[in-house]
Design a protein around this ligand. Structure first.
Ligand code: BGC
Length: 730
């Protein structure tokens, strides 16, 4: 059983240091730590770091040619030093000498408990033999603390063991000259550093400051504390294990925080934090695990994805979920639409508290979104395409700011949250304002066409497909904006918005242009997608993918080619609005023109394939999403996990294989299990109640694990079942 929750080095083909650092990175949504093994044996350079969600450096973006309204400042998540880089001294011999014989016997991510385990057999140059066991974790009990526990057992000697750690040599910025836009810019990542009394103080241009401190402990022994380092010596006896703990504390320097940190520091107790970690993870898996029978590789893959989703989500209402979580510097630590459209459903359905915090972050940046809309000469609010502090940070507007769909994606996130949890209070108090402000933006940015047929259009935008930019009436954008407007109408009526404004939202939504080619009987990705020349796929060598690294944007944009699911994503989200035949036709066409150069693509193809009876295809796309980082499918996992894809793998199972679709007051499930999976079992929290879903060949079963009079399970056929939600006033 435990096996299925452990990910060990031996199971991985790729073993480059940076890649393993990403996979084995630990986080609690506030702090993230990536580091090499204590005695690393892997090839390649290390790129260690500690990240604090929301702690970023900023400075002006330099444009060769400026235009009004361009994003002004970059925001780059700051890489703090690897806090757990320790030096071991065994009776005067130090671990920095490369002539120790080291054999790593364990290197394993223990996902059931949120721990990283390492173990070594070591022989020093003079022949002293000992074993070391290392357990590390980033605490879910004390979010400002990360922990490393060492258990050392001398085998053939007795004597002093000294452990030391200093901050000074660790403060280095990673050098990065890559031209890949998905990788962070190198310079300016480091905040100003001051070292005093074993406190590392970092101040960024963003005005934020962070204090970092470390503590070593081993029972009653007091550590030696220098100004720039810390050390602890214990006397060890042959064949008797000694344990030492190293804690890193990180906090914002406000008076209150510092005194809180001092209190935590005085009370640091490894056992308490360790046990608390296990309790948190037990609760997590109980609510969110997915059991896939008959395929241990996929089982591991999905658990790995759920683990990273859980550990990397911001939980304080002021931070969000970066595209790479807190596992690496890719995309500079920015938050995108990835959160609402790919990660949020998993949280909404299984960890609603976290979903609420992620949405609360959007509420917290609503003022910046309103200011941005104003800057763009529009009403309402326009959320930044990529950001940490709420301001727009995308320097390339055709694939950044122009992706206005982010507004509607965020609205969709609130709407799904309300439908699934029934938490209307949060919507009334916080969410509704976001929905109204985004609806106002659509009314202001969109235009009524001047032709005889009344038609509401949204022109000059970029949809999810970043290989097609600045088009009129992107199908996905318009469909999502329409949904945003309908939700605004619903909330407007509920919360007393002026009738006229609500009527305007309704009219725009009713007349939203959704481009369709009647002859081809296909949805059109945008007004001109079908007029473009097909991309010359046959003449494109394999090594020229992803296209974005090999062709000028203009060459890509003039062709009929998609980086990722676009119109199909709309069909995935609103299954009630399309016939199966329509989806199959669209699928067949758009699959041929999609490169999947974005990791956000395959899960959507998997879901639609499953729902339309293309079970084998659904399974193959799912395999790719489930194992994307474990196989380094995109070739860049070293820069951080692909968090949206991880959320996508959950969607592929729940929306695809289990066919979940949420209609009006009813959730339907349909069994689309591929033959490679004999059983699938998971639970969801609906309207506060835990629901168990089980699928196997020829049957689907739903069961309420807690009583709820408003939920009624209806078995439609052996392979179809529904939950009907009765209105609360019935
Ligand atoms: C995708 C975007 C996504 C971003 C961050 C890009 O490659 O095209 O849709 O938001 O990555 O994950």
């Amino acid at each position: 059983m435990k096996q299925a929750f452990n990910l060990s080095l031996e199971e991985l083909q790729q073993r480059d240091t940076r890649y393993i650092e990403t996979l084995f990175a630990l986080s609690n949504g506030h702090l993230g730590v990536r580091r090499p093994a204590l005695f690393s044996q892997l090839a390649g350079e290390s790129n260690p770091g500690t990240f604090v969600n929301g702690f970023y450096e900023t400075g002006p973006i330099t444009y060769g040619e400026w235009a009004y309204g361009y994003a002004e400042n970059h925001q780059t998540m700051i890489k703090l030093p690897n806090s757990h880089q320790l030096t071991l001294e065994i009776v005067g011999e130090t671990s920095q000498q490369s002539d120790w014989l080291i054999n790593q016997t364990v290197y394993e991510l223990q996902m059931d408990q949120g721990l990283l385990a390492e173990a070594y057999d070591v022989t020093t140059q003079s022949g002293k033999q000992f074993t070391v066991e290392v357990t590390s974790f980033v605490s879910l009990v004390e979010p400002d603390v990360s922990v490393l526990n060492l258990t050392i057992t001398p085998l053939n000697f007795s004597g002093d063991i000294r452990i030391s750690s200093d901050f000074e040599h660790k403060v280095t910025a990673s050098e990065n000259n890559a031209i890949d836009p998905r990788v962070a810019k190198a310079k300016s990542q480091l905040a100003q550093v001051e070292l005093a009394d074993n406190w590392l103080k970092l101040t960024a241009n963003s005005g934020q400051r962070i204090f970092m401190s470390q503590v070593l402990s081993s029972g009653a022994r007091e550590p030696e504390v220098g100004t720039k380092n810390i050390a602890l010596t214990v006397s060890a006896k042959a064949e008797q294990a000694v344990s030492l703990q190293h804690f890193t504390l990180i906090s914002a320097p406000e008076e209150q925080q510092i005194s809180r940190l001092a209190a935590i520091r005085a009370e640091l107790d490894y056992q308490r934090l360790y046990e608390g970690q296990l309790t948190h993870y037990q609760a997590f898996w109980q609510a969110s695990d997915i059991v896939i029978s008959g395929n241990s590789v996929l089982q591991k893959g999905i658990r790995f994805n759920l683990f990273h989703l859980y550990q990397n989500a911001g939980r304080d209402g002021l931070t969000n979920f970066a595209a790479k979580g807190l596992t690496g510097e890719g995309y500079e630590g920015h938050y995108f639409w990835d959160t609402e459209m790919y990660m949020l459903p998993f949280f909404t359905y299984t960890q609603p508290q976290i979903a609420k915090s992620l949405l609360a972050y959007r509420c917290s940046i609503l003022p910046q979104a309103k200011a941005r809309a104003k800057k763009m000469a529009q009403k309402g609010a326009l959320f930044a395409w990529r950001t940490i502090n709420g301001e727009e940070a995308s320097a390339y507007y055709p694939a950044g700011t122009a992706q206005l769909h982010i507004n509607a994606d965020i609205a969709y996130g609130f709407q799904l949250y309300e439908k699934v949890t029934g938490d209307s209070q949060f919507i009334q108090e916080k969410g509704a304002e976001v929905i109204f402000a985004t609806a106002r933006f659509w009314l202001s940015y969109g235009d009524w066409s001047t032709s005889s047929e009344p038609c509401f259009q949204i022109n000059g935008v970029t949809g999810p497909d970043e290989y097609t930019a600045l088009v009129n009436n992107n199908y996905y954008t318009n469909k999502m904006a329409q949904n945003n407007l309908y939700y605004a109408v619903e909330l407007g009526l509920r919360y007393g918005i002026a009738e006229e404004e609500v009527a305007n939202w309704q009219a725009a939504a009713d007349h939203m242009k959704l481009p369709y080619d009647k002859e081809k009987e296909l949805i059109k990705q945008d007004d001109t997608f079908f007029e473009k020349a097909p991309w010359p796929f046959a003449e494109t060598p394999k090594e020229n993918y992803p296209l974005l690294l090999h062709y000028h944007p203009m060459v890509i944009y003039k062709h009929q080619v998609s980086k990722q699911a676009d119109g199909l994503l709309a069909e995935m989200l609103f299954p009630q609005d399309y016939t199966k035949e329509q989806i199959i036709r669209d699928y067949q066409f758009y699959e041929k023109v999609t490169t999947h150069d974005s990791s956000l693509s395959r899960s959507v193809f998997s879901i639609l394939a499953s729902r339309t009876g293309q079970t084998e295809k659904g399974y193959h796309y799912f395999m790719d999403t489930a194992l994307m980082d474990l196989t380094d499918l995109q070739g860049n996992s070293q820069d951080g996990i692909h968090a949206a894809n991880m959320g996508g793998s959950w969607l592929s199972l729940i929306y695809g294989f289990a066919g979940l679709s949420f209609g009006k007051q009813q959730i339907d499930f349909a069994n689309h299990l591929p033959k490679e999976i004999s059983e699938l079992a998971f639970s969801l929290r609906l309207q506060g109640t835990l629901v168990k879903v089980e699928l196997k060949a020829g049957g689907i079963q739903l069961g309420l694990l807690e009583p709820n009079e408003r939920l009624q399970v209806v078995q439609q056929t052996a392979d179809q079942a529904s939950i009907i939600i009765k209105p609360s006033d019935e």
